[in-house]
Design a protein around this ligand. Sequence first.
Ligand code: ZN
Length: 170
Amino acid sequence: MLPESVAREIIASHQQRPRNRGELVGAPFITLENPTCGDRVTVWVQLEGDTIADLRSDGKGCAISQSSASLMTVALKGRTRAEAVALAATFREMVMGEAAPGRADPQLGDLMALSGVSRLHARRKCALLPWRALEGLLGAQSANAQNVNAQNANAQNANVQNAGLPGPDS
Ligand code: ZN
């Protein structure tokens, strides 16, 4: 496990300077929202054969959701689909507090900065948001992917409904 101060530094760095940020033109994407926290994350994945040739994210929300998206893009660029699905499962275990005590998967690298989220139940959804979008894009866990699409549709409906309301800029 990473010392608390190092973890905080990694999260702050990725929140303030998100890596692989912005639209990946022409690539498939999924946008997910976490209304309980106000997070919104879009993930684009460009596969070449079985390899993630490029992936990017964009969005807004809390430090945990945005840093998780940035860390995810760094961790998965150049990986195979199977490696990405496996790492997503390992990350989920860590965030849900289901990993064996003291077990630190070296594959997680800087993602271990988010291990403290397992103690903050309300923030688990924040950390997992970009990963759920990724899993949907990779077609992993087809049952979940269907849920993702349903939630995605709901999120879009929510946006449409919100569009008529005066925003902070108006
Ligand atoms: Zn959040």
